[in-house]
Unconditional design. Sequence first.
Length: 502
Amino acid sequence: MNHITHWIDGKPWVGDATRRGEVYDPSTGRQTGEVDLAGVAEVDQAVAAARRAFDGWRSTSLATRTSVLFTLRALLAPRVDDLAALVSAEHGKVRADAAGEVARGLEIIEFACGISELLKGEYSEGVSTGVDVHSVRQPLGVVAGITPFNFPAMVPMWMFPLAIACGNTFVLKPSEKDPSASLFLAELMAEAGVPDGVFNVVQGDRVAVDRILAHPDIAAVSFVGSTPVARHIYQAAAGAGKRVQALGGAKNHMVVLPDADMAEAADAAVSAGYGSAGERCMAVSVLVAVGGCGDELIEGIRRRVGGLTVGPGSDPDSEMGPLITAEHRERVASYLDIGETEGARVVIDGREHPTNGDAGGYWLGPCLIDGVLPDMQVYRDEIFGPVLSIVRVDSLDSALDLIRENGYGNGAAIFTGSGAAAQRFETEVEAGMVGINIAIPVPVSSYSFGGWQGSLFGDLHVYGPDGVRFYTRGKAVTSRWSRIGAHHASLAFPASTGGGSA
């Protein structure tokens, strides 16, 4: 039985053995490990280690920080498959999907390697007689990341490379459902030369989260998860005086116009709706069929999912794996019955899809529900599984209204051959990330990831330029070096015009 514990002050840290969680292989339903669950004491020890390390790390040159990050990238790049195997074993996603997750995390490390350019300030000479002004961005101190089960490698890498590159020290609280990836990353950080205490991991549940939110030495909290929890994180952390970015849930819409390439749209719907068993915050969960194209779209999806291979992530032939837990699988599958009760029609029932895996695995094949209306629970709720809903509307106007009134605003996509329609959609849609003939519009590392409305609590998105701004605070410095004998006192308010007293 694998024992997974914390990483504090540069080494494994065994916590209170009386509080442990169980870790399962979702493809078999069998327990594979136990994870220590941090209490207040373990969180406090991690924060204390990070606080001790902060002064030395913030004083470390940008060149040295960059060198460490380059080394981290060099160590991780040849071990993508190793980390992907860990992710697949505990989350269930297929190896190719897990490797893609790690690759996207590597992109953020590469972006953080440019920290010398990203932290450049501004300088204005002679704003008044003999007066110059310049700006700098400085680290916050100890910062924390609370990350979800669906991307146990990528989402932490959205956060800690930039936070550490900016001069902060970091405490990570990963999901207790698939915790091993966090220790893999911690070991690589140590091997790359990150000083003890700069990067720490506390495994745990709500006890650890609540202590992080309240701890007086944590300056900022980053979070990715469901909307109710994101709202709680935001309110609790902001109430404690912390800077917060809390990314919530999603109900991502993919609008298909009649002039779209229907084969391309069907391919995209299958990939974006059923990849990683739908357990993605950017998964498409609503197909909006405009102007009568729904039947053709359904048939295209039906043809593609009929031969889709559902099986364990360790099998290279598998295209879709299990869901994360038995409870989550039952919850997701229940929406098929809920949808039918509300008057929708199940046209593809994933409970009947053949699987190549162990009978104890948490399997659910691709599901498609037609005739969904905005007042139905199957439309309103974030299902977070391989269940696609089809809503039929008569115009692009109606599609835009649907998205605007949904309450989420993470991502939205349109498939069309019309440049005018695409341009209008880009301008008017209420979402933070927009795809045009691309179903999963996750930005590259030099842009930032984040939604609108109920999908984001806080002002700044993760990684990219917003990530740098989140993990630093600005300081404007106004300076004058007077010549000998030029001193005089004045009680006038400093002015910046002419030869004033500034």
